[in-house]
Ligand binder design. Structure first.
Ligand SMILES: [Zn+2]
Length: 315
């Protein structure tokens, strides 16, 4: 997943992989797949409970994962420890394996500030892995056979993605035929439209007079406007501008985005002015500018070095 400033990565709890990610992508947030966490909790804890207590435990653990703030998280963890104190082995497992070392990687209180674009689980990758296994059909096929089948799957996936792009470009859902969405329909993906439609519906239930700042995660997690951001446009009967939408949702083609020719033109105009002024400067000033120019053109020639990034070592 890409955000403006960093790549965020979603994995299972594979400690060696997580350590490698921390070294190779020191700025990336390494989130953990919630589906795999629940699967692991099931495998390690279910045997300690009867059916009724297991259901209650699972529900309590789920609400901890979706705790919207650190205060609520602390409160829910206290509830868990109180309600299941007769299961010390389970509490120790949950605390030492998940909540203690990794809560920041999967509990909403922390992940709601990470640009994950709606990816909470690795199911998309798992789904493709399963599909590939079905395409291969056997573990015995030779390299050429395996390559052809894998290639077939990649092509089928590209076609499916192109279909979804086409749907976003050409299908106009009835509920989106409203003036506030005029700038967006056919330009942003249907998924983004669905999120914004839901936010639009929330507007009548939020108190716009409230002076406390908006805490909706949608802007941080998806790069889309929440009900609070949409409300002023609705009240003034204005259209939502395209600039409110993260680039991810506007990518409806595999083609490279076209370069804006005006940027090159204005660069050339500025460069002409620079050359004109350059000829009027004294030699010292010219040498100083030459040095600056060399640093821009040949970044490796600069005497400045990049600041060292402190590697995080976890696990
Ligand atoms: Zn909001």
């Amino acid at each position: 997943m890409r955000s403006e400033k960093e790549d965020n990565i979603l994995t299972d709890r594979e400690l060696s992989l997580m350590n490698a990610i921390a070294k190779v992508f020191p700025c990336a947030k390494n989130m953990l797949c919630r589906w795999h966490i629940q699967k692991n909790v099931l495998a390690n804890c279910k045997k300690h409970f009867d059916d009724a207590h297991w259901k209650k435990f699972l529900a309590t653990f789920a609400v901890i994962m979706y705790a919207p703030t650190i205060e609520v998280y602390d409160e829910r963890v206290r509830d868990l420890k109180r309600d299941f104190m007769m299961y010390p082995t389970v509490l120790e497992y949950v605390d030492k394996t998940w909540l203690g070392p990794h809560k920041e990687r999967f509990v909403c209180a922390w992940t709601d500030s990470v640009m994950h674009l709606g990816n909470y689980t690795t199911n998309r990758a798992e789904g493709h892995h399963n599909k590939l296994k079905k395409y291969l059909a056997s573990s015995q096929c030779n390299f050429q056979n395996a390559w052809e089948k894998a290639h077939g799957l990649v092509e089928a996936t590209i076609t499916a993605i192109k279909c979804s792009f086409e749907k976003s470009l050409s299908t106009l859902q009835h509920s989106y035929k409203i003036p506030i969405f005029n700038n967006l329909v056919g330009v942003v993906s249907q998924d983004a439209m669905r999120y914004m439609e839901m936010e639009l519906k929330k507007i009548h239930s939020i108190n716009m007079e409230c002076t406390t700042p908006c805490v909706c995660p949608l802007r941080h997690t998806h790069g889309l406007p929440c009900a609070h951001e949409i409300a002023p446009f609705k009240n003034k009967e204005e259209q939502l501008p395209l600039s409110l939408i993260h680039e991810h949702w506007k990518k409806l083609s595999f083609d490279k985005p076209k370069k804006d020719p005006t940027i090159a033109e204005s660069m050339k105009a500025n460069f002409d002015i620079f050359m004109e002024r350059f000829s009027t400067y004294d030699e010292d000033h010219q040498r100083h500018l030459m040095r600056k120019m060399t640093e821009v053109i040949y970044p490796h020639s600069t005497s400045l070095t990049e600041p060292k990034v402190k590697a995080k070592v976890r696990g």
